[in-house]
Design a binder for this molecule. Structure first.
Ligand code: NAI
Length: 694
């Protein structure tokens, strides 16, 4: 079957089948096909009912995202929905796989819905910065009321067939052949008089009018500070479903959709969506011969090692966990057990699943036990000598063709690889803390790393349900390099007149969950202090260096773990500014003869953001990052960059590269090397291009 939409008549039933692999996206061609075939079926006197289904692995999983942001060619989805709903002959959707977004809206416009038990449905548009635009905001509340409708659309979550059935969104669950079940439903409906049930005429969801209005008011209050415009619009549209005639509600939904679709938030979220997929495309995948990974070893059972082990256990791998002594091992295993206990207590998994996962864990203090594993992930102390030592031991026991991945944050992977006999098997798998939760995985490619090892890493990342991004060897790879620039920009402002709390507040207002100094206090100030000490020898003497962080560390204040850092953490009611730190800052200003000046939130945000984008551009020029969008993916998935801003490179695009470049130049006198715009700005500006075009 090569037609995008096929029509066949079986007895007196028309079967319209969408055939647009891989996910039957509702592209323009599909919409044209649907429109033609639905009209043909309605016009055919031999047809008494219409079944709508899809071939391949799923009912339409949504719109064709590549059509977003451009004028939509007719027929648009809501016109197809109209045809299905106003059909004088009963229309029945037969759903398997995932009916998402426009796909689910198509089903909602049918008179009846039969869904395979394993299928899921949902309206995830909010995750792309838009709202259901095919009548979802009007039809769902008519069936289930405002509370459940808003939950579905504001969370964007998929729900099971059973849940959808309980809510009343679907009429029947099929256990085996959904197409067959839909056919027999069609036969029954015809036999009973071929009754049509247009969703627009349904009123079950309006029975409790006050409850409806209250649910709307409650979510409006909950979401009043949500920066994403589509959130408020979803609430408005659901409210309209109750008070406006159907057609007026649809018109309102259409206008709201159009407004959101081209706005900066939706543009940024679409960018994030595509950037993640693009990041998975790396040159090493071409013609790769993947290495087989059935078992994984983790060396070091500290914060990261334990989290990495959990991540691997969750993905179904047997894991051999190695520590240097019994005490360390016990602590590590305890962490892992505690994690599963918590997951079971919180009902995220059942007890049997927790036990099964733990049963695949073997703890040991003997490196020899790693001789059979296919992949070893090293997560010992961030210390070159310690790591070299561990590498040498692993080199002696590892099987030929095994992969040795290091989780180092900053160390030179090429230098480490050069110390052993198999540099081609060495790669960086840089997880983020907490490793079993954070989605980002930087895959760091060394000079000698075998491309197959890189490709295997990308494959593994999928199994671990991580978002992999390729990085070259550089101090801090992609993420920590950008982070360092962010912190430096913030530190300069600290010295020049801003306070840590002020900078944190400005960055939270921009959309980060917490500000840079809160992050530092959380991660431990000693970690970045160690890095600064390590880099001290190679720092250019003319570079501006802010010593405030060092002075705080010299007091023994390492943040949360010591109760004191930029903030004081030992008080009830959350962290408060540390007055002693403010005194250190003032002292420093005096020493340097700096007259403090004030910074607006906007200037703080601009300086931090443009510093990040500039560093990102440098990383791309140096070949550390393959493309600007990879930098965005790293910041989105590893550093809490707000998704509706799309990442620092996208944010710079939206501000305008000329504006960013001019701002960088205007700050250059303060610190020439740091604020020097990457040559990439000029290259792009002169060609009228943006980072997102690369
Ligand atoms: P940690 O100090 O919590 O854990 C290190 C563990 O390695 C300790 O349990 C220690 O006993 C063990 N260990 C040391 N030498 C060993 C040896 N010879 N054999 C076996 N085990 C040994 O450190 P953390 O934070 O887990 O960091 C580990 C690595 O992960 C470092 O390279 C770090 O830079 C990196 N990393 C850390 C992140 C973080 O947020 N903590 C984030 C990303 C990477």
């Amino acid at each position: 079957m090569s037609e995008l939409v096929a029509l066949r008549i079986e007895n007196n039933i028309a079967v319209i089948t969408i055939n647009n692999p891989p996910v039957n996206a509702l592209s323009h061609g599909v919409r044209v096909g649907l429109s033609d075939k639905i009209q043909a079926a309605i016009a055919d006197d031999a047809v008494q009912a219409i079944v709508l289904n899809a071939s391949g692995r799923t009912f339409p999983a949504g719109a064709d995202v590549s059509e977003f942001g451009r004028p939509r060619e007719t027929p648009i989805l809501s016109q197809i929905c109209d045809l299905l709903e106003t059909s004088p002959k009963p229309t029945i959707a037969a759903v398997h796989g995932n009916a998402l977004g426009g796909g689910f809206e198509l089903a909602l416009a049918c008179h009846y819905r039969v869904v395979l038990r394993s299928a899921k449905v949902g309206l995830p548009e909010v995750k792309l910065g838009v709202l259901p635009g095919g009548g979802g905001t009007q039809r769902v509340p008519r069936i289930v009321g405002a509370e459940a409708a808003l939950e579905l659309m504001l969370s964007g979550k998929l729900i099971s067939a059973k849940h959808a059935h309980d809510l009343g969104l679907i009429d029947k669950i099929a256990d085996e052949d959904v197409d067959q079940a839909a056919m027999s439903m069609a036969t029954d409906v015809i036999a009973a008089g071929a009754k049509t049930v247009p969703t627009r005429d349904r009123i079950e969801g309006f029975q409790d009018a006050v409850g409806f209005a209250n649910a709307v008011a409650k979510q409006r209050e909950n979401k009043k500070n949500d920066p994403q415009p589509s959130v408020a619009k979803i609430i408005d549209c659901v409210e309209a479903a109750q008070i406006l005639p159907f057609e007026a509600g649809i018109a309102m939904e259409r206008a709201a959709f159009d407004e959101c679709e081209t706005g900066p938030e939706a543009t940024a979220m679409r960018h994030a969506f595509f950037a993640e997929r693009r990041a998975a495309k790396v040159p090493e995948l071409k013609g790769a011969k993947l290495r087989k990974i059935d078992t994984i070893g983790v060396v070091g059972a500290g914060t990261m090692g334990a989290g990495i082990a959990i991540s691997c256990l969750d993905a179904g791998f047997p894991v051999v966990l190695v520590e240097r002594d019994q005490d360390g091992l016990e602590r590590g295993v305890e962490r892992i057990v505690a994690n599963y206990d918590k997951s079971v207590a919180k009902k995220r998994i059942d007890a049997a699943t927790g036990e099964e996962r733990l049963s695949r864990l073997t703890g040991t203090t003997d490196m020899q036990d790693l001789s059979k594993v296919d992949l070893i992930i090293e997560a010992v102390f961030e210390d070159e000598d310690v790591k070299r030592n561990v590498f040498a031991q692993l080199d002696a026991v590892m099987k030929p063709g095994g992969i040795l991945a290091t989780n180092t944050s900053y160390l030179d992977i090429d230098a480490l690889a050069a110390t052993i006999s198999r540099p081609q098997d060495v790669v960086g798998y840089h997880f983020f803390s907490p490793a079993h939760i954070m989605k980002l995985l930087e895959i760091v490619v060394g000079e000698k790393t075998d491309p197959n090892v890189v490709a295997t890493g990308f494959k593994l990342a999928k199994k671990l349900r991580k978002v992999p991004v390729r990085a070259g060897v550089a101090d801090g790879f992609i993420g920590n390099r950008v982070l360092a620039a962010y912190r430096l920009a913030a530190d300069f402002m600290l010295e020049d007149g801003a306070s840590p709390a002020q900078i944190d507040a400005a960055m939270r207002a921009y959309g980060f969950p917490i500000g840079p100094y809160q992050v530092l206090d959380m991660a431990g100030l000693d970690i970045s202090w160690a890095r600064r000490k390590r880099l001290a020898a190679t720092r250019a003497p003319e570079d501006r260096y802010v010593t405030i962080g060092d002075k705080i560390c010299e007091q023994g204040w390492f943040g949360q773990k010591t109760g004191r850092g930029y903030y004081i953490h030992d008080q009830d009611g959350g962290p408060v500014e540390n007055p002693d730190v403010l005194a250190i800052i003032q002292e420093e200003r005096k020493l340097l003869g700096i007259t403090p000046r004030s910074f607006s939130a906007k200037e703080i945000q601009d300086r931090c953001l443009f510093a990040m984008a500039n560093e990102g551009a440098r990383l791309v020029s140096e070949g550390v990052a393959l493309r600007p969008s990879d930098v965005d993916v790293v910041l989105l998935y590893g550093y809490g960059f707000p998704r509706y801003r799309g990442g620092p490179m996208m944010a710079a695009d939206q501000v305008g590269l000329l504006t960013v470049k001019n701002a960088l130049l205007s700050w250059k006198a303060e610190e020439p090397r740091f604020w020097e715009p990457s040559p990439m700005f000029d290259e792009l500006i002169k060609n009228g291009r943006k980072f997102s075009d690369l």
